[in-house]
Ligand binder design. Structure first.
Ligand SMILES: [Zn+2]
Length: 242
């Protein structure tokens, strides 16, 4: 169910066991070849796909369309909300759901920069909402680990493949080049790196989109949708320790 499509009376009839899902999107540059809104688009399509299978177990909130995107600030048009404001806003959305009587929530993340803020939001909710169970997930973490970092990274193969499958008009493949993948230290994956993208990349990407395809996008999309439906069902049924 989509909150935006319900009337107040219809919402009153919705089970409070339903999982309130807040999708965390972004409006930020995605290298020379993907559109600013690709994260929001991927989230919306995933939600449409999963909604049909959940038989009223999820209450979808509108996608939060902006992120804390400070590392993209060298690229005009990338919208960045300061982190304190962003986390407070996201927590306030779920506070509203808690006040409406819902007891379970999921933050569904579509942008890597939202991972740290998402964790902060979960801690904020834990501290101020006893009895409210909230979890968070980034959709790419639902996929098989066969997808390595160079593929999953910003404007890399995964996002580009999803764009080619879901909305090819959002991808300009003639400009798609591998970028920002030169860091090869064995410690890259063990350290936290949140430097500005322009310090690591020539053109604003951080991955390799050159082998992206609609076929890979289709596989990843359906895999993510299958797992997301399972995750929401488990949250609904109280199977995940929170
Ligand atoms: Zn993205």
């Amino acid at each position: 169910m989509y909150l935006e499509s319900l009337t107040r009376r219809e919402l009153e009839a919705v089970s409070r066991e339903c999982v309130a899902v807040l999708p965390l999107g972004s409006c930020e540059q995605h290298g020379p070849h993907l559109a600013f809104g690709i994260d929001n688009l991927i989230l919306r399509r995933l939600i449409e796909q999963v909604e049909t299978r959940l038989s009223a177990r999820a209450l979808w909130l509108p996608v939060l369309p902006y992120a804390h995107s400070g590392r993209h600030r060298a690229y005009p048009g990338s919208v960045s909300v300061p982190i304190a404001l962003y986390t407070e806003a996201a927590a306030a959305v779920l506070d509203s759901m808690a006040e409406a009587g819902f007891t379970k929530a999921l933050l569904l993340n579509g942008q890597r920069g939202n991972e740290a803020p998402m964790e902060i939001v979960l801690r904020m909710l834990r501290d101020r909402r006893a009895g409210f169970a909230a979890a968070g997930v980034s959709y790419w973490n639902l996929l098989d680990k066969a997808l390595d970092d160079g593929f999953v990274n910003h404007a890399g193969g995964l996002e580009t493949s999803l764009a080619l499958f879901l909305a090819p008009e959002h991808a300009r493949m003639e400009y798609a080049v591998a970028d920002g993948v030169q860091r090869a230290s064995a410690y890259s994956a063990k350290t936290i790196n949140y430097a500005r993208v322009d310090q690591q990349s020539r053109g604003g990407g951080l991955g390799d989109p050159e082998n992206a395809s609609a076929e890979l996008g289709k596989k990843a999309f359906h895999e993510a949708a299958d797992r997301l439906a399972e995750l929401i069902n488990d949250l609904h049924d109280g199977l995940i320790a929170l």
